[in-house]
Ligand binder design. Structure first.
Ligand code: ZN
Length: 118
């Protein structure tokens, strides 16, 4: 079970990550809108730009998803349920939380979850 000091460290890590992702997403949005402003006479160039903005869109979506997970984790810290597996109610190992501070499941449950999703 993570102690108060460890949770505080993880909270800081989550906040840092949250800030970084927020900035990244804002950056991607600016890139996409500046690309949309480019005039394209050549079809090839247009395809290049579209695929770039498509990739940017995917990255932004993944980051939005992670941002949501971070917000959930911060909420759990506030509620005092942070670090507890949502499936089996066991404490999530500190090593796993350090690797992935917004983890909702302990390692065994995560494995079951992955298998069930396939
Ligand atoms: Zn579990």
């Amino acid at each position: 079970m993570a102690n108060t000091k460890q949770i505080e460290e993880l909270r800081q890590a989550l906040l840092t990550r949250q800030e970084l992702i927020t900035k990244n997403i804002e950056g991607s949005r600016n890139n996409i809108s500046s690309m949309q402003g480019i005039e394209c006479n050549d079809d090839y160039d247009y395809a290049e730009i579209s695929s770039d903005s498509f990739k940017e869109g995917i990255i932004a979506n993944q980051q939005l998803k992670e941002l949501k997970e971070i917000e959930d984790a911060l909420k759990r810290i506030k509620e005092g349920t942070y670090g507890i597996c949502e499936m089996c109610d066991e404490a999530i190992a500190i090593g796993r939380l350090r690797a992935k501070p917004f983890a909702k499941f302990c390692t065994p449950c995560r494995e079951i979850y992955e298998v069930e999703r396939q």
